[in-house]
Design a binder for this molecule. Structure first.
Ligand code: SF4
Length: 116
């Protein structure tokens, strides 16, 4: 059977973090990490804006999709339980009038990852 080599190849692809040294979030420390895993809309928006300028957005997002990240901002997208959320609302009762400050930046998903 040819299954084992394919599994090993996938494992290697998942573990390839050679791009990490170029990550915009790599040198931010715990303070920066906190906004990538925050529940606050302003923090999430700030994290997405950092991702938007990141030179390794595509491999980061690809890895997050493959790992089915349970939580946080990865590759410019907000993940929850392995899925990309298009929107998130503030806790509590929704406002009658949408708050512009609650809108999250829309970071385009690279073409080859759109069906994921
Ligand atoms: S895309 Fe965002 S989460 Fe991924 S490495 Fe870049 S800054 Fe970090």
């Amino acid at each position: 059977m040819q299954c084992a080599p394919d599994i090993e190849q996938t494992k290697e692809e998942l573990e390839d973090r050679s791009w990490w040294s170029e990550a915009s979030c790599a040198t931010g420390g715990a303070g920066l990490a906190a906004i990538f895993f925050s529940d606050e809309l302003q923090d999430i928006a700030a994290a997405k804006r950092i991702c938007a300028e990141c030179p390794v957005l595509a491999p980061c997002l690809e890895g997050a999709i493959a790992r089915r990240e349970p939580w946080g901002v990865w590759g410019g997208q907000l993940f929850l339980n392995g899925h990309i959320l298009q929107a998130k609302r503030r806790r509590g009762r929704p406002p009658k009038v949408a708050r512009p400050e609650d809108a999250l930046p829309e970071i385009p998903i690279p073409e080859h990852l759109r069906s994921a």
